[in-house]
Ligand binder design. Structure first.
Ligand code: AMP
Ligand code: GLY
Length: 431
């Protein structure tokens, strides 16, 4: 098969790495890809949101399977466009991807189908929203309806901060049309976990559980990021908790979507808060998590391409996946200044040293191939905020953490920073 992976992050590198191992894959392309992906796939210079460009390329090359990494092309309707041309593509169509593209749609669906989530109210004007905030107990969470690259959720500790959030979204319109509607909801307390499943519209195949680390600094301090590291499995998701999430969240969502006339194919990602009252949904995404995928793929023994084709063709009944029982940890090495401003084009040193290490794999995010300033030889250069995902398996979580940080110690670039405590919750629970 000729396979095209759309996207350019660590998630897409992990997907390419796994897809390249499939006996079903003869030729792999990635658009636009990154430095690391160029070692396993042919890079195609088309951006992930250029749906027409991607379609033209897939038709020209007679691509047998397209895999979409990020949410934007899904929300733009890439699946509908490809399918209408008879091309196979893994993911939900536009009206299904709304579970991520519109938080209002997603919350109303959860309410309708009795899926546990934070109590909420929807507003389409600032006046009503401000009136609602007045006298309400804090913290409150203010969310823009549409896609905001992970920045559209504001946790507000005081009424004044919540009012500022509403003004920012609805008066100053800092998020543009994405905040034409907003949600104000109660703040949930607990540990977060990510449950990612693949559906064919009817049947569900869960991937291993995982946990992300969103804040930039150790001990969950500092601003939110796209994710600074992840591990799988998440020990907080015990068998009993997992069953509850499948019964109360995933199954009703898949059944609900089908009952709405929108049978859901592709990845369904549930961001869960494990509260004292049980698991509650923070958000649904229509795609694989990043960086969760980087910690999940090294544990997956089954053929990912087969899984995706089964999702597309409606053949997931009685299907399950084989997993490496060993835990996996993935730590993000970020550019100096990230998640604020940062420089690009800095030489990455030591990535070669890590290649030979057993059970270690480095997934690239913001990198590109380039030349060393000193002698012109080829190397990788930084090209984004999150640069590398250094990933390791281990006999237990402590071993995985050690392997991961050992490998990370061999890699450097000017300004590089990373969290030193990825996996700390799992290590604590294993003591
Ligand atoms: P979302 O994009 O909706 O998942 O939100 C991003 C992050 O904001 C989540 O991973 C949580 O850390 C946090 N968050 C979102 N909604 C809530 C909530 N109701 N209570 C507490 N934290 C939340
Ligand atoms: N790791 C969070 C996300 O992929 O949305």
């Amino acid at each position: 098969m000729k396979i095209l992976v759309v996207g350019s992050g660590g998630r897409e590198h992990a997907l390419c790495w796994k897809i390249a191992k499939s006996s079903l894959c003869d030729k792999l392309y990635s658009a636009p890809g990154n430095g690391g992906i160029s070692e396993t796939a042919e890079l195609v210079d088309i951006k992930a949101d250029d749906v027409e460009g991607l379609l033209k390329f897939a038709l020209e090359k007679k691509i047998d399977l397209t895999v979409v990494g990020p949410e934007i092309p899904l929300v733009l309707g890439i699946v509908d466009k490809f399918e209408s041309e008879g091309l196979k593509i893994f993911g939900p169509s536009k009206d299904r991807a709304l579970i991520e593209g519109s938080k209002v749609f997603s919350k109303e669906l959860m309410k309708k189908w009795g899926i546990p989530t934070a109590n909420f109210k929807v507003f389409d004007n600032a006046g009503e929203a401000l009136k609602y905030i007045s006298g309400r107990s804090v913290p409150l969470v203010v969310k823009a309806d549409g896609l905001c690259a992970g920045k559209g959720v504001l946790i507000c500790k005081t009424e004044a901060i919540a009012r500022d959030a509403v003004n920012k979204m609805m008066v100053k319109r800092s998020f543009g049309d994405a905040a034409n509607k907003i949600i104000i909801e109660e703040c949930l307390v607990g540990e977060e976990a990510s449950i990612i499943v693949v559906s064919d519209g009817k049947n569900v195949v869960p991937l291993a559980s995982s946990q992300d680390h969103k804040r930039v600094f150790d001990d969950d301090k500092g601003p939110n990021t796209g994710g600074m590291g992840a591990y799988s499995p998440a020990p907080a998701v015990t068998d009993a908790v997992f069953k509850k999430i499948m019964d109360k969240v995933i199954s009703p969502m898949i059944k609900g979507m089908a009952a709405e006339g929108r049978p859901y194919k592709g990845v369904l990602y549930a961001g869960i808060m494990l509260t004292e009252e049980g698991p509650k949904v923070l958000e649904f995404n229509a795609r694989f998590g990043d960086p969760e995928t980087q910690a999940i793929m090294p544990r997956l023994k089954s053929d990912l391409v087969d899984l995706m084709m089964r999702s597309i063709d409606g053949r997931l009944e009685n299907y399950s996946l084989d997993w490496d029982p060993r835990p996996c940890v993935s730590v993000v090495a970020a550019s100096g200044g990230y998640p604020g401003n940062y420089k690009k084009g800095i030489e990455i040193k030591g990535a070669d040293l890590v290649k030979a290490m057993k059970d270690v794999v480095v997934f690239h995010a913001g990198t590109k191939s380039g030349r060393r300033a000193t002698d012109g030889s080829s190397t990788f250069l930084t090209d984004g905020g999150r640069v590398l995902n250094v990933t390791a398996l281990g006999s237990d979580i402590k071993d995985a953490v050690n392997n991961c940080y050992n490998a990370l110690g061999k890699i450097s670039f000017d300004g590089m920073h990373y969290r030193r405590d990825i996996g700390h919750r799992a290590v604590k629970s294993s003591n």
